[in-house]
Design a protein around this ligand. Sequence first.
Ligand code: AMP
Length: 224
Amino acid sequence: MVPGVRLVVLGKQGAGKGTQCVRLSHHYVVPHISTGDMLRAAVKTGSALGLKVRETMDRGELLGDDIIIEMVSDRLSEPDARARGFILDGCPRTTRQAESVAALLAPGALDLTVDIEVPTAQALRRLASRRVCTDCGANYSVSAPPKVNWMCDVCGGEVIQRQDDTEEAIGRRLELYERQTAPLIEWYESRRQLAKVSGVGSPDAVLRRIIRAVEERRGRGKSR
Ligand code: AMP
């Protein structure tokens, strides 16, 4: 049986993070914990909190650290994540979140943080053509749509363009990424927990690179 993994995945919007995280969660048989998906689920409930969350997300702004940390802390303490691990997607996005995630895990428990790198021009092209399932979050694109009439191949849900994939919100999210999330690369690098992986090429090729980086890290032992 494939051993589980404890993995944080970083990468700017359009790097292919969501696609790779789904594949990694199948490969290692661990939950894919996406803060964006969790927040979109909260929005769907139509609660007062969901409405507030939606306004912030639609503008491309970040939610407050406290709400994110509480959500992630609850999810990481569930039995599946405790037993085999997780693929953490979309969190941390700030240094405070990184510190909290580190504090939630036992020392040395994190196998690796992977940064998926793509040139910004390519990320922008991918975002403009991205389409997602409103029910399960599966990713598609204009050039690789679902098989039948924009109905999700996985669950039959409606496949649409995300509300925050507008030109204005994309610009804001990329700006916030550079300002608040990119510094995390150095944060993890200084702790010797980072591997940079090129996100250019087919999803299969990128997945192979990430798995190789994880296995190399495990092979070398985490203490280095
Ligand atoms: P994503 O699906 O990861 O692109 O996230 C979509 C939106 O959810 C972001 O633009 C933020 O508004 C919000 N969000 C997701 N994760 C976080 C986080 N870790 N911290 C703050 N806001 C977040």
